[in-house]
Design a protein around this ligand. Structure first.
Ligand code: 7PM
Length: 275
C-alpha cells in the first residue's frame, strides 16, 4: 500500500470583479446578472472560492465610496450565497463593507491593506469565524507603482506580514483564520515580483496558508511583452511555480485553465519518493 497522500491540493480562487472599471475587462458595463452568471460559470469550472471585489485597486483608479462598494458587492454576495454552495471571499479594505459582508455570510475577507484601514481589524475580530487574507502593499494603491523601493524585498515583506499576523493575534483573531499574501504587483517592480516568486518558500515557512495573485498581472506583460488579454500562459507558469513551493490558494481570472493545470501539477506533487 502506498503511504497516504500528505500534500493537500491547492485551492483556486476565482476573481469576480463587480466594478465598472476593472482592469482586465476595462470599460465594460457592470451588471449584477453578468456577475452572477460568471459566478455560476466559475463554480462549474471547479473554483474552490469566489472573491468578490467592488473597488478597483488599480493604480490611479477612482476610489469607490462606501455606499457604492456596498451597493456593488452585497447584492451579488447574497445572490451567490442563495444559489451556490461555494465559499465566498470579499476583496475590501473598508470596515463597513467587511461588517455587512460578514453579516451576509462571507467566508473570507481579502484585504489588500492587511487590516490597516480604520476599524477593519475590529470588524474582522468581532466575527469569530471568517478567514482573513493579509496582503502586503507598499504605499497606497493610487501611488504604489510610481517608485517602489526596498533594500531587501523578501525580508521586508516577511517582516511586514509577521507584524500584521501579530496584530491580528493580539486582537483575538485565531491563527487558524489567517492567510498571508506577499501582494504581487502592489508597490513592486518586475524584479521585485520575480524575486518574491523565486523566494516564496520564505513565506510558506511562516506557517500560514499563502495566497498568491498573479493572474494577468503586469509583471507577465513586462516579461513576455503581451497585453492583458494574452497573459494566460504566463499566469499558469507562475501558478505552477507557486503551487510547487507549497502555496495554498491561487487567485485567478481563468478558473478552468488554472484548475486543470493545478490538477496535473498536484498529481506529481502528491507522489511519494519510492526509490
Ligand atoms: C488593477 C490592478 C486591478 C491590480 C486589479 C488588480 C490581489 C488581490 C488584487 C492579490 C490578494 C488584480 C489586482 N490582487 N488580493 N486583489 N492578492 N489577496 O490583478 O494579488 O486582480 S486586485
Amino acid at each position: 500500500m502506498p503511504p497516504e497522500n500528505i500534500v493537500p491540493a491547492s485551492q483556486v480562487m476565482g476573481i469576480l470583479n463587480v466594478t465598472p472599471d476593472s482592469f482586465s475587462d476595462g470599460g465594460h458595463f457592470f451588471s449584477r446578472d453578468a456577475a452572477l452568471k460568471q459566478a455560476h460559470q466559475m463554480a462549474a469550472e471547479g473554483a474552490d472560492i469566489i472573491d468578490i471585489g467592488g473597488e478597483s485597486t488599480r493604480p490611479c483608479a477612482e476610489p469607490a465610496s462606501v455606499e457604492e462598494e456596498l451597493d456593488r458587492v452585497i447584492p451579488v454576495l447574497e445572490k451567490i450565497r442563495a444559489e451556490l454552495p461555494i465559499p465566498i471571499s470579499v476583496d475590501t479594505s473598508k470596515a463597513q463593507v467587511m461588517r455587512e459582508a460578514i453579516a451576509a455570510g462571507a467566508d473570507m475577507i481579502n484585504d489588500v491593506m492587511a487590516l490597516r484601514g480604520e476599524g477593519s481589524l475590529a470588524a474582522v475580530a468581532a466575527s469569530n469565524k471568517v478567514q482573513v487574507c493579509l496582503m502586503h502593499l507598499q504605499g497606497e494603491p493610487r501611488t504604489m507603482q510610481l517608485n517602489p523601493h526596498y533594500d531587501d524585498v523578501v525580508n521586508e515583506i516577511k517582516a511586514f506580514l509577521q507584524a500584521r499576523v501579530q496584530v491580528c493575534l493580539e486582537a483575538g483573531i485565531a491563527s487558524s483564520r489567517l492567510l498571508i499574501d506577499p501582494g504581487f504587483g502592489f508597490g513592486k517592480t518586475v524584479e521585485h515580483n520575480l524575486q518574491l516568486m523565486k523566494q516564496l518558500q520564505v513565506f510558506i515557512e511562516l506557517g500560514y496558508p499563502v495566497l498568491v495573485g498573479v493572474s494577468r498581472k503586469s509583471l507577465i506583460g513586462q516579461v513576455l511583452n503581451k497585453p492583458v488579454t494574452e497573459r494566460l500562459y504566463g499566469s499558469l507558469a507562475l501558478a505552477v511555480l507557486a503551487v510547487s513551493k507549497g502555496v495554498a490558494v491561487i487567485r485567478t481570472h481563468d478558473v478552468a485553465a488554472t484548475v486543470e493545470t493545478l490538477k496535473m501539477t498536484h498529481a506529481v506533487l502528491q507522489q511519494t519518493d519510492n526509490l
